[in-house]
Design a protein. Structure first.
Length: 94
């Protein structure tokens, strides 16, 4: 058996995902037209679990943290943009 077949495969997922918003939002007097989501860590997940037992609230907290925006910003997203955010997250965690 070759050594190469025993090594784990590594995925080449991006370090961040840019999500253009179909329906930009206003935040603190600024217009947000895109969100940049960084890759998450186990610490991010732990903090989301500490924040709430509700899965939807955990997801909102995690997305706000990974995108560097407020929970209010996440709440203001159009449902189409929210789905794009969910899709980008799922693609990153594969």
């Amino acid at each position: 058996m070759s050594q190469a077949s025993q090594e784990p495969t590594r995925s080449t997922t991006p370090a961040a995902a840019v999500i253009p918003l179909k329906f930009p939002i206003q935040s603190g007097g600024s217009r947000i037209e895109k969100l940049t989501m960084r890759r998450g860590t186990r610490k991010d997940m732990k903090e989301a679990h500490k924040f709430s037992v509700d899965e939807a609230e955990q997801e909102d907290f995690l997305f706000a943290r990974l995108c560097g925006v407020t929970l209010e910003d996440i709440d203001a997203l159009d449902l189409a943009d929210s789905k794009a955010l969910q899709d980008a997250f799922r693609a990153m965690v594969g």
